[in-house]
Ligand binder design. Structure first.
Ligand code: TPP
Length: 572
């Protein structure tokens, strides 16, 4: 057994837990941990020094979403801890597994308003899956191990570990014991999946005249895309996705109706509204996907599969539900379909498909003609064609996010990374860097807006330090576009503080960080400029492409507030 300080135990445990990357920023309370990187001569973990703790959490979050592994963050006490809060809330809302290790003042000073003291456990409590204040050095390995299990199992989520400075002390060595055995007690108990319920669900799906699958982010968290694909194609059922699950079903598959909800496609929302059976998997029926719950899908029987019991009938009543891992449940459904040799008559829902195809073919978005001005839809479509839907794309929050969700067809899961639940501007750039760190060989693109990018633009410096050549596409409309759109539609066009007058010169700004800045203003240059930018990125430089788009463009379709799923508008 080796002797280590508390700080060394943190690093050694993370090595033993096979953590490869830590995103962090040093400060007084965690200097011992930073010192332990040196005293242990740690080479197995790469530490990425960000420029702001919020970005550290988003970077770890992007890394986690793209890889399916946990993202680990290290921040100091006080302002370091509070700066991480928006990132933690972002991960919490989208069920992303993160471990946030925060420094704390020494145990004897806790509660005395000591320098850089804040009650991190208290502040973060409503936005974590669980948290620990470690009181004894020897508990460090076990609590780290337990935290990773908690963060990554069941419904994933962020865990905070607060570490008082005295228990990390580099000068005090204690026996380090890390158990390699799987000896942590499971914290949840899942009932055996009911055979009768599964048979019942299959019968309902087979009998349905207008069935639909509504697949959420849980499909991605549980890696059950193959099972979803099999079930949907065997039964010939249309599939709708949420903002969080784009890519969980191939974007160009004829059964894919794409995104539902506030900015969902016409066909997806119409099909949901008119369906007679909804199979909802790994989704929580949040308000952006349901519109007014009183008018929600009036003809449908609802079957809900989810790992989180608190999601069942939380907003929409489930007629039948199964709690558990989506992959296991879908596998069981498929197994029973095969074993029992159910008679599946795909033609039975021919009429349903006819209606869906009419909705699909309806030209529901009326684009105003533009001679020279770039329409945001056009650039995203072109990007999709040039990258063949294979790029990892991180976005920020606003119109550009919705344009990307609607016009870039994601063929694979974990390639569309955005903040859905909290809707955090400033997420895109750090998240894209986290993805690039995970997959250095892959093309990573950040699609952002002139408002969002300025919320974490300092990370261009991190990108330079770690040589992370991504493509940033700034859909620049000189305004907080989504806010302006709401003001146009709901506030009679009164643009109160949604226009930004003094934007920086993004080209010079990115050049000053050591990157390449390119300006795109004309419609006729879209294809060539995109190609050129992608080539430069491929050669190893970060490109900041500042695209001046039509500042008046809106994102449509848009559901009418308080309406049903089928109440949408398509133009101003
Ligand atoms: C941190 C944060 N503050 C405020 C908002 C509210 N909000 C949502 S979209 C938006 C405008 C985003 O503007 P921009 O990034 O330029 O994107 P655009 O809508 O123009 O594409 C704002 C202010 C938010 N989502 N996040």
């Amino acid at each position: 057994m080796i002797l280590l300080s508390g700080a060394e135990m943190v690093i050694q445990s993370l090595i033993d837990l096979k953590i490869q990357k830590i995103f962090g920023y040093p400060g007084g309370a965690i200097l011992d941990i930073y010192d332990a990187f040196k005293t242990l001569q740690c080479k197995k973990i790469q530490h990425i020094l960000v420029r702001h703790e919020q970005a550290a959490v988003h970077m770890a979050d992007g890394y986690a979403r793209a890889t399916g592994k946990i993202g680990v963050v290290l921040v100091t006490s006080g302002p370091g801890a509070t700066n991480s809060i928006t990132g933690i809330a972002t991960a919490y809302m989208d069920s992303i597994p993160l471990l946030i290790i925060s420094g704390q003042v020494a145990s004897n000073l806790i509660g005395s308003d000591a320098f850089q003291e804040c009650d991190m456990i208290g502040i973060s409590r409503p936005i974590v899956k669980h948290s620990f204040l470690i009181k004894k050095t020897i508990d460090i390995p076990n609590i780290l191990k337990k935290s990773i299990l908690l963060a990554t199992t069941g419904r994933p989520g962020p865990i905070v570990i607060d570490l008082p400075k005295d228990i990390l002390n580099q000068k005090i060595k204690k026996k380090y014991y890390f158990s390699k055995k799987n000896d942590i007690k499971k914290y949840f108990y899942l009932k055996k999946i009911s055979y009768t319920k599964i048979k019942n669900i299959i019968k309902i799906l087979i009998k349905a005249k207008k069935p639909i699958i509504y697949a959420g982010g849980g499909i991605i968290h549980s890696n059950s895309y193959k099972e979803l694909y099999k079930l949907a194609t065997i039964l010939n059922i249309p599939v709708t996705l949420t903002l969080m699950s784009l890519g969980a079903f191939p974007g160009n598959h004829p059964q894919n109706l794409s995104m539902i909800g506030m900015h969902g496609t016409y066909s997806a929302n119409m099909a949901m509204h008119n369906s007679d059976v909804i199979l909802a998997i790994g989704t929580r029926f949040d308000d952006r996907t349901t519109n007014n719950i009183e008018k929600y899908c009036p003809y449908a029987k609802i079957i809900h599969i989810d790992i989180d019991p608190t999601s069942i009938s939380k907003t929409i009543h489930a007629d039948i539900h199964i709690i558990g891992d989506a992959k296991k449940i879908l596998k069981k459904i498929l197994k029973i379909i095969y074993l029992k040799k159910y008679h599946i008559d795909k033609k039975k829902i021919k009429k349903w498909w006819k209606s869906i195809n009419t909705w699909k073919n309806k030209k529901n978005i009326i684009l105003s003609k533009s001679e020279n001005i770039i329409k945001p839809q056009k650039i995203i479509k072109e990007l999709y064609l040039l990258t063949k839907g294979k790029a990892y794309i991180a976005s920020d929050v606003g119109q550009h996010q919705m344009f990307t969700a609607l016009y870039y067809k994601f063929h694979k899961p974990r390639h569309w990374i955005n903040s859905g639940g909290l809707g955090t501007m400033g997420f895109g750039l750090p998240a894209a860097l986290g993805i690039k760190l995970a997959f250095p060989e892959h093309l990573v693109i950040c699609i952002t807006g002139d408002g969002s990018i300025q919320m974490n633009i300092q990370e261009l410096s991190t990108a330079k330090q770690y040589n992370l050549p991504i493509l940033i596409i700034n859909l620049n409309n000189q305004s907080l576009g989504m806010v302006k759109q709401w003001q146009d539609l709901i506030y009679n066009g009164r643009h109160s503080h949604s226009y930004m007058k003094s934007l920086p010169n993004f080209i010079k700004l990115s050049q000053s960080y050591g990157h390449i800045g390119i300006l795109l203003k004309k419609k006729k240059d879209i294809q060539n400029t995109l190609k050129k930018s992608l080539e430069i990125v491929k050669k190893g430089s970060l490109v900041f492409l500042d695209v001046h788009i039509d500042p008046l463009e809106h994102i449509y379709p848009m559901q009418i507030k308080n309406g049903g799923m089928n109440d949408m508008i398509f133009c101003k």
